[in-house]
Design a binder for this molecule. Structure first.
Ligand SMILES: Cc1cc2nc3c(=O)[nH]c(=O)nc-3n(C[C@H](O)[C@H](O)[C@H](O)COP(=O)(O)O)c2cc1C
Length: 197
């Protein structure tokens, strides 16, 4: 794909890396000015197709809100900071679960194993999410799902508005991992196991 130097661009938008002589592709150049992706010709389908090439794990974000367990499957989970220990996930603004998690003020990020694809489907679907699901309560009260690869129980410490999602930042107060388990992966819209050597 051809690149353009800053000086070639027909506008004077500042480069975010002002100290560098950045090469800016047209979509990014437009992004400096445009408010929505449609203005630079990038559709949601294009984003899904390209970003789907980035392999992720699958996490169930749980909380205990108004005496009930709630939860949703996400793949936008990221470790942010080691000291202090911070993680984040992105909640869609259309999510009906996120307002309950926000009200609880905490969440537990449950990292699923390759044997827990059914939980990923359950927590992304419309039916009752907790029937038959065994869990314990973490330090915050959030459900820790049985048999997960790892979990990070967190207090919500910050939120950032980001397009059609909200970035939710949690401070980890308790965590555990089972290094012997195998992870569930999500790649190009499909669940996959980790291929062996
Ligand atoms: C693999 C996978 C990853 C997902 N990642 C996210 C995510 O990062 N953020 C999000 O808000 N929804 C994500 N979803 C969608 C939610 O799981 C689902 O749409 C949501 O829980 C709908 O239910 P709700 O309205 O109860 O929140 C993902 C779904 C799947 C299957």
């Amino acid at each position: 794909m051809p690149g353009y130097r800053r000086s070639d661009l027909p506008f004077s938008a500042p480069c975010r890396h002002a100290r560098h002589d950045c090469t800016i592709v047209p979509a990014l150049a437009g992004g400096l000015l445009a408010e929505s992706t449609e203005q630079v010709g990038i559709t949601s389908d294009m984003m899904r197709a390209a970003m789907g090439c980035f392999v992720t794990g699958v996490v169930v974000i749980t909380a205990f809100s108004a005496e009930s367990p709630v939860g949703m499957a996400v793949n936008s989970f990221v470790s942010v900071s080691l000291d202090p220990p911070l993680v984040l996930f992105c909640a869609s603004k259309t999510s009906t679960t996120w307002p309950h998690i926000r009200r609880a003020g905490h969440f537990c990020a449950n990292v699923l194993t390759a044997r827990q694809e059914h939980l990923a489907r359950r927590f992304a679907g419309r039916g009752d999410r907790y029937t038959g699901v065994t869990y314990a309560h973490g330090a915050t009260g959030a459900p820790i799902l049985e048999g997960v690869h790892a979990y990070a129980d967190c207090e919500i410490v910050d939120e950032h508005d980001a397009g059609d999602h909200t970035l939710v930042i949690g401070r980890v107060v308790e965590l555990h991992s089972d290094p012997g388990a195998a992870p569930l992966l999500f790649y190009r819209s499909r669940y996959r196991p980790l291929a062996g050597p």
